[in-house]
Design a protein around this ligand. Sequence first.
Ligand SMILES: [Zn+2]
Length: 306
Amino acid sequence: MLKFRALLVLVFCAVGVSAQAADLKVQQVTDGIYALVGPHEQRNATNFANNATFGVVVTDEGVLLVDPGGSYLGAAQIDAAIKTITDKPVKIVINSGGQDHRWLGNGYFKAKGAHIIASADAVKDHKARLNDYFFMLTNLMGKEALKGTDAVYADETFDKELDLNFGGHRFEIRHVGSAHTLGDSFIWMPDTGVMFTGDIVYVERMLGTGPAGNTANWIDVFETMADYNPKFIVPGHGPVTDVRRATLETYDYLVYLRTMIGRIIENGGPIAEAVAIDQSPFKHLEVFDEISKRNAQAVFMQMEFE
Ligand SMILES: [Zn+2]
């Protein structure tokens, strides 16, 4: 009986979308621009795979949303959070990368008439890993929390760059190479100094080296992004930040891993030595215990073949 009750509570939580809107923290970046900051925990039945940060730009023409959440109910949660800011509808959705939370909420916003934009490489990645996403999410969240989630791909794709004028703003969407995933893009707003980076920038929590598996490229992409000298960064994970903190918590960590592990490889050392490197300078980052050794292992395996 106790078990049954626990299950009931879980199912109830999974469908209580509006009650869950509080899980996304609304953070104002500047006039009309907001970040919706999700938790750092693993995907589960109550966060609907929204364990990431999303960008919202409110204009006279409607809302532009950077990343629609990791599921249909995740998208509904984002929509509920947007409704606490404005009554205007979401007109444009940009998928900044390949991860679930960057695109699996597309169907929700598409059904409400939004136009969806992504790099061609991101869409290729969405298609290639579709079964993996559903397998992983079913395991982590359960079927009920995934209800309504379908593979809905971008309406408009671009190879390297797309400039968009919407609501009196200019959006420069740039895919300069793979970073965390193969098709990552950043979105630059020159008139406001705001940069949306998706999974190119992690702050407050430790990054995962990611499915693209190319940390050298990620470092290059970060440098290109940082060259814009943005005033505000809406990262892929964590609160609104700036270039200084993004550098300390994403860029410096990638460089540190590659430097330490590069030395081990040069000396013909084994993978166990890489896994054991001292990562304590980054111990303050959340999910350090869960992810740091896995990162070292992945970087070793990548660098071995460079
Ligand atoms: Zn992510």
